[in-house]
Design a protein around this ligand. Sequence first.
Ligand code: NAD
Length: 490
Amino acid sequence: MSSSVNETLIRDVVAEVLGRLGKSPPAAASVPSASATAVTKPGTAGRHFGVFQEAPAACEAAAAAFRQLQEKGVAARAKVVEIVKTLAEANAVEWGRLELEETKIGRLDHKIEKLKIIKLVPGVEWLRPVARSGDHGITLEEFTPFGVIGAITPSTHSIPTLSGNVVNIVAAGNAVVFNAHPSACRCAALAVRTYNQAIEREVGIENLITIIEQPTLDSFKALCGHEAVRLLCVTGGPGVVKAAMQTGKRAICAGPGNPPVLVDDTADLERAARAVVQGAAYDNNLLCIGEKEVFVLESVADRFLAELQRHGAVRLTADQLERLTREAFSFPAGHGAGCPEPVVNKQLIGKDATHLARVAGATVPDPTQLLFAETEASHVFVAEEQMMPFLPIVRVKSVAEGIAAAKAAEHNYRHTAIIHSHNVEHMTAMGRALDTTLFVKNGPCVAGLGLGGEGYLSYSIATPTGEGVTNPATFTRVRRCVMVDNLRIY
Ligand code: NAD
């Protein structure tokens, strides 16, 4: 037996035992990479547990798994959903740590929390057929699967997005193939392996969730172009949304945002500041829904800034802001500050506020979770989706000026906007003007995903394509079944 096959067998046994104990296999650093188990042909000696080298093999394995899921019915889907939710919670600490180690962005406490709350993503219970009866018989509209869904996940929440997508997609009766972000693909493959081990053991389906171990632009193209893939679910920035829309396949696109906040003179300023700190500091402001810039009415600005400080945010001076801006953005030749397309310094994305403060030349208490400074509305920190725990605050003279500035900062992404106000007319005016998918009033951004607000959770909020906060119905075809007869008994 070759050493690689030996290694594969040992790894499978270890993974199987750990799976039975409800634990994930050890981190990629201490375990051979997932490729040790990946062979190209399902059903032969090797076991994939969903991790493949090539997109075509991953798509074909998922297609075979879809057919098995169809045979096994809704009970099997519900079991898979239960497995994913249980394992995400059970492995939250370990997987959160691994994701942070691999990506080096965000905060451990929030990485862990994002996995623990996968249980809030809706499952099979979401899908209720629509029935009609009348003089001409009965009609049933059912939400049925597409087959195989191709899903692209971001670096900002790799395992959470993957897990939430699996819950939605499998609850709807589909199989799924993932192309993760290259800088967050090891942890994603680990989760896929763990999920598949449990699904194989408890449901008897292999490779229901597949992933390309080393994702590239070529594997993205191969996945999108594969005939088994009927629908795409893309979560990421403008580049991948554009690329997905150019594939010719229908794509559900959870695209970028740059959520503005408006604070008016009717707001509860203490509550507004608390909410803004909570949302903007969450996972070091990696959330696409996270508060990215604030417009506050001049008349309450000083009090609002004082409340921000009372809630632990630290104010930077104009000089410190200048230094941070120089380090956080570069301006390609021919451009200047305020240009439309500055480049964000990736080394600062998702870093702790204490790190940003050092870069700005400021000394802040440890821990500090959020920095802020006053800026103009045209400042690059306002215009760019910078994903750092630094919040630019802009004074505005009127609600109308604030709404106009918020609309400009949101760039018509139609993603998320937030207002702190007790004036319903202000709320309505902002809601109409920005026309965003999520519009949160008097709460932190996360209230828009059912965390402290009414609603349900998903990490893929389909913005440019309009499906909204994705759920199992997003991944279904509506099919109508009609029986013509005189069936009414009353
Ligand atoms: P990113 O766009 O760099 O990457 C996202 C995914 O797309 C990755 O898997 C990446 O490998 C792939 N990708 C990027 N460019 C591609 C291209 N041209 N062709 C094919 N694949 C490509 O984004 P990120 O930094 O990982 O995540 C942050 C971005 O995602 C932010 O813009 C954020 O707002 C957005 N996001 C949106 C949602 C939502 O629900 N709307 C959720 C999370 C993140």
